[in-house]
Design a protein around this ligand. Sequence first.
Ligand SMILES: C[S@@+](CC[C@H](N)C(=O)[O-])C[C@H]1O[C@@H](n2cnc3c(N)ncnc32)[C@H](O)[C@@H]1O
Length: 216
Amino acid sequence: MNLNFNIYDSDNESAGYAAAIEEQARPTTSEEGGVHEIPEQQMFYKMLAQDCNRILEIGFNTGSSAKIFLESSPHAKVVSFDLGNHDYIDSYKKEIDKEHPGRHTLIVGDSARTISDYRDANPGEIFDLILIDGAHDYGAVKIDFLNCKSLADEKTVVILDDVTIFPALTESFRYLAGPTRVWTEALIAKEIIHLPLAGEQYVSLGRGMACFHYKF
Ligand SMILES: C[S@@+](CC[C@H](N)C(=O)[O-])C[C@H]1O[C@@H](n2cnc3c(N)ncnc32)[C@H](O)[C@@H]1O
């Protein structure tokens, strides 16, 4: 797949960053962020989910990414892992089940443990698409990155959310720092094959994503 569209506009970089920082500081809702805030990223998710049969995501939150996956690939089963620390998670899970009965599983708990437990309970199961978008600190992302490999093969497309190729951005947008470091280390160690979607450059201001295959 070679989809190079670049939304990055260097002429507006400084003004854009300032606006984004101001936007971040503004109180919005108590809900955590997700792909529902970023139309450009929704487009990436839709494309990547097409023709997938089995999709795994770490980070269900309000179910926005799970919903996109279920809608984009009508035959896909989606398994979401989430800490379950938000009290709104139940109502979003019910909504998904109503719209897509029998196609979605939510596993609640710390993904550092639940991914390994799932693998042990489902030996040999492989996913076509994996989204890593749970805890964002470096150690947790690294564990998710390593554990998800056991549920992937060489064809699995992995999305690591909140990655940027602009190091300065990690100062203002702290949630980018952990995923970006995990991705950079994996590239340097040649543990992954980068898929050039240009998403890691920019899907929206302060938001990026990287796509790759694991190397086996
Ligand atoms: C950024 S949100 C996910 C957004 C979602 N992928 C979307 O685009 O709609 C991150 C989610 O990961 C969950 N989370 C945080 N730490 C986690 C952990 N250790 N294990 C599993 N889920 C975790 C949070 O509770 C939150 O619901």
